[in-house]
Write a protein of this length. Sequence first.
Length: 106
Amino acid sequence: MSDDKKKDEPLMEGRFSVNLSELRPVDQVFPDAHRPVAIATGTCISPPLGCGQKVAGFTDETSAREYKITGMCQGCQDKFYAEVSEAEEMSDAEDEFGPFGPGGEA
């Protein structure tokens, strides 16, 4: 069987099927999140990356597009990006002051 043929075969997930061509690299990194199934059913991806709850809506078009990419609801997106922002701020502070902060001492 050719790779093209194999790509179009449905991947069974419970009672839902998803074509392998719909899978993204994130689906290989986090296979237990069930992103394609979450999007198909209007839910958030499974914990620990998401909450697994029904999606209620989004604050803007960017968040709605992000859901189609990641499968994360608005609340999980907000939490994820807040954590990313905090990590970036910590990294920026370390770049500016070194690993021990503004005083430079441990």
